[in-house]
Design a binder for this molecule. Sequence first.
Ligand SMILES: Cc1ncc(COP(=O)(O)O)c(C=O)c1O
Length: 398
Amino acid sequence: MKNKKNYTSLRPSTKCIHAGGPEDPWRALTPPLYQTSTFTFQDFDQVDRVLKGEEDGFVYGRMGNPTTDRFEKLVSELEEGEKTRSFASGMGAISAILIHLAKKHPEIAFPKVLYGGTRAFIEQYLIPSGCLIHWFDPREEGWDEELSRRLSPDTGAIFAETPSNPVMTVIDLEKLSSVAKKVGAPLVVDNTFATPILQKPLVLGADIVVHSATKYLGGHGDLLGGTVTGKASLIDRLSFEEGSYLGATLSPFNAWLLLRGMKTLPLRMDAHCRGAMMVAEFLSGHPGVKSVHYPGLSKDPGHKIASSQMKGFGGMLSFSLGDDQRARRVASGLELFKIAVSLGDPESLIEHPASLSHRQMTAEERMALGIDPGFLRVSVGLEDPEDLVLDLKRALER
Ligand SMILES: Cc1ncc(COP(=O)(O)O)c(C=O)c1O
């Protein structure tokens, strides 16, 4: 069934509750879960009508499902994009769109500061498949001019993640989109850390937005999911090709959980931002902390750009305690913060990239990214920030 209502003029909190539609034929308040692998037809005339788009309908779960469709429409509304395709995880979404774009133009630019899984996909899949990679460093002066000079008109895409995982680098999206326009390449932005509540890459000039919906969109640490949003023509091709045939389809149950989680996304983001700010301020005033990376702090190098392109600074931050043993000891001494990868959950999480998410890299490779041995990454949850600060204080002074 097509969603006939127009939700575009609504504000994000209202969209999160109402957008996606359509009304359930039984007028159920919460969206129904269509937990089915396939769909039936009255006859082959109906098959023809559905396949030609003359009648609303679904054919097979890998190509679409009413519950995932509702979730995709909600993401499109929030990101202000034409269409969204969902995937089984963030990496399912990122790999599908990069394979799709590299098929025509196997030349893609990536920032050096990037989520480890995306980097591993580049190294283990894109490069061995013959894709030419242009690395750029958005922390260097004049990076945009240098990138414009280096890229050829054959560039398939420019990819970026902001704020970046785990070093919290903020990339100026308007600057990057002008480079993309100059070389005629689509700009793909991973908006996982910010969510559409805090940052709208498509409005800032990007062409495609991806998410690990596992994180803030789901918001409860109980599912894996991913999305790609962009022009309808591109998403239709992506759905038909990599969406259907690589098979990383979002399950209807996870789409249903996502719809449930997203009702409170704006409220949660507001609380994550407030909590992270308090934690960042505490850490930056503590004599035992070497450095704090949070774009909400006025001394942070990303503060100015983040203030202009984001509505809030998010719930993620990182800090360094200088040495490896101290970082491990402090993280292990925390009671409320749990040691875990992932982020965006109600529970505060802490991880030590050198021991966990980035342990495959050499110490030199980590240092080049700004991850020193005492570096810790934190996802500030929804607990009372004063309790979180007390927990950190005790662990730092123990
Ligand atoms: C910024 C970012 N993008 C993508 C991903 C991958 O998402 P998933 O774990 O859902 O595959 C992650 C995972 O941590 C991430 O932090």
